[in-house]
Design a binder for this molecule. Structure first.
Ligand code: PLP
Length: 371
C-alpha cells in the first residue's frame, strides 16, 4: 500500500470560485492566473476547470506552450512579459499577449521581426515599486509603443500593493486615473483581493480582472475575511492517515526537541505527513487539523515525514483515521468538517499561497470532477 497521504483537486470547486469572481466583477473579462503551476495545483489538472475563463495569465513560455498543447486557444498573457528578445518569437508563434513594464522590453519589440502585431499590456507602477513605468514616464512609453508596427492594441494595467488591507487602492487608483484618463485601451487592475473588495467601486474600471488565489479557494484578505465569507470553496485538500498511536503520561514529551510536554494523560496520533510533503514546518502546537471530520490540533514539532496530533478527546480516532491537514476530508461528510488552508497558513506565519505552491511532488494527487 502506498504511504497514506493524498491531495485532491476539486474541479467543481474551481468552477464555483471562477463563477464567484465573475459575479464580483460582472462586466469584466477574467484572466485566470495559473502561474507557479496553477498555484501548485498543476496546470494540466486544473485546465478543465478553467474553461469558462476568458484567458490564462502566467509567467513562463514553457507553461504557455503546455497550455497551447493541451488545446487552450484563448488569450494567454505573460505577466512579466519578455525576458529577452528571443521570447518575442515564441509570443508570435504561440500568439501570446505580453506585459511591457520597462524600456528594455520596448527596445526588444522594436527590433522584433513578426508578421503579426502583438497585443500588449503596458504596466504602470502605482506604488508597488516592482514592475512598471512611473506615472510620469507612462505616456511616453505608450506613444513609443503605439508607433511600432510590431504592436497591435495596447491595454493599460497596474497591480495594487494594498488591495487586501486597510490602506486600500484609492491612492493608486487616483494616480492611474490621472495619468491614463485620455489614453485609449482596455484596463486591467484587479487581483483577487481587489476583485472581491473593490471591483464594484464605480471608480475602478475593470475590463479584465486577474484573480489567482481566490480561484483556488483561499481568502486574499484572511483573517479579515474567511474563504466562507467570500463564498469560496477549497480546491486543494490535503489528507493523510494516522499510522501509529502513542499513550502519554503527564510529563512525557512528543517529537524532536521534546518541544511538547503532556500536562495530562494523552493519546497522540502520528500522521503520515511532514514538511517534505509541503506541510509548514513552522506550524506550532495548536495548529488546527480534522480527525475523521472532527477538529483537533497538532502537538510538538513538525518533522520531515510526520506530524503528531491530539486525539485524547476523540476516542474513536485510531490507526487508519483520516486526518485533514487542509481543505475537506474525503471520507466523512460532516458539513462543518474541514480546515481552511488560510487557518493553517496563518498559524504558521505565512499565507495560503505559499502552502499551495509548496505541495510536494511526492504527494499523490487525485482530481475530483463530476462529468
Ligand atoms: C499573481 C498575480 C495576480 C493574481 O494575484 P492573486 O492575489 O493571487 O489574485 C494578479 N496580477 C499579477 C500581475 C500577478 O502577478
Amino acid at each position: 500500500m502506498p504511504r497514506p497521504i493524498q491531495a485532491t483537486i476539486d474541479l467543481q470547486a474551481l468552477r464555483h470560485n471562477l463563477a464567484q469572481m465573475k459575479s464580483a466583477a460582472p462586466d469584466a473579462l477574467v484572466w485566470a492566473v495559473v502561474k507557479a503551476n496553477a498555484y501548485g495545483h498543476g496546470i494540466e489538472r486544473v485546465l478543465q476547470g478553467l474553461r469558462a475563463a476568458d484567458g490564462l495569465a502566467l509567467l513562463d513560455l514553457a507553461d504557455a506552450e503546455r497550455v497551447r498543447q493541451l488545446g487552450w486557444r484563448g488569450p494567454i498573457l505573460l505577466l512579466e512579459g519578455a525576458f529577452e528578445t528571443r521570447d518575442l518569437e515564441w509570443c508570435s508563434r504561440l500568439n501570446l499577449w505580453h506585459v511591457v513594464h520597462c524600456e528594455a522590453q520596448i527596445d526588444m519589440l522594436a527590433i522584433h521581426k513578426t508578421h503579426q502585431a502583438h497585443r500588449v499590456f503596458l504596466k504602470m507602477n502605482t506604488g508597488m515599486n516592482r514592475l512598471g513605468f512611473t506615472p510620469q514616464a507612462f505616456r511616453a512609453a505608450w506613444t513609443r509603443l503605439n508607433a511600432l508596427p510590431q504592436v497591435d492594441e495596447i491595454s493599460l494595467m497596474s497591480h495594487f500593493s494594498d488591495a487586501d488591507g486597510d490602506k486600500g487602492i484609492s491612492a493608486a487608483m487616483a494616480i492611474f486615473q490621472e495619468f491614463t484618463h485620455d489614453l485609449s485601451g482596455e484596463r486591467s487592475l484587479c487581483n483577487s483581493a481587489a476583485v472581491l473588495r473593490h471591483a464594484k467601486d464605480a471608480k475602478v474600471r475593470v475590463d479584465w480582472v486577474r484573480p489567482g488565489i481566490a480561484l483556488y479557494g483561499s481568502s486574499p484578505d484572511y483573517p479579515a475575511h474567511s474563504p466562507a465569507h467570500w463564498a469560496l470553496k477549497p480546491v486543494m485538500s490535503l489528507n493523510a492517515a494516522i499510522i501509529a498511536v502513542q499513550h502519554l503520561q503527564v510529563g512525557d514529551t512528543v517529537g524532536y526537541g521534546s518541544a511538547f510536554v503532556a500536562d495530562r494523560p494523552m493519546r497522540i496520533g502520528v500522521v503520515a505527513c511532514g514538511y517534505a510533503d509541503g506541510y509548514p514546518r513552522h506550524a506550532p502546537t495548536g495548529t488546527p487539523v480534522c480527525v475523521d471530520g472532527v477538529r483537533s490540533r497538532t502537538v510538538g514539532r513538525v518533522s520531515m515525514d510526520m506530524i503528531t496530533v491530539d486525539i485524547t478527546d476523540l476516542p474513536h480516532a485510531d490507526r487508519g483515521s483520516e486526518v485533514t491537514l487542509w481543505g475537506l476530508p474525503t471520507k466523512t461528510s460532516i458539513p462543518s468538517a474541514g480546515v481552511s488552508i488560510d487557518e493553517v497558513a496563518s498559524a504558521a506565519g505565512t499565507v495560503g499561497y505559499e502552502l499551495m505552491c509548496a505541495l510536494a511532488a511526492r504527494v499523490p494527487v487525485t482530481v475530483l470532477d463530476s462529468p
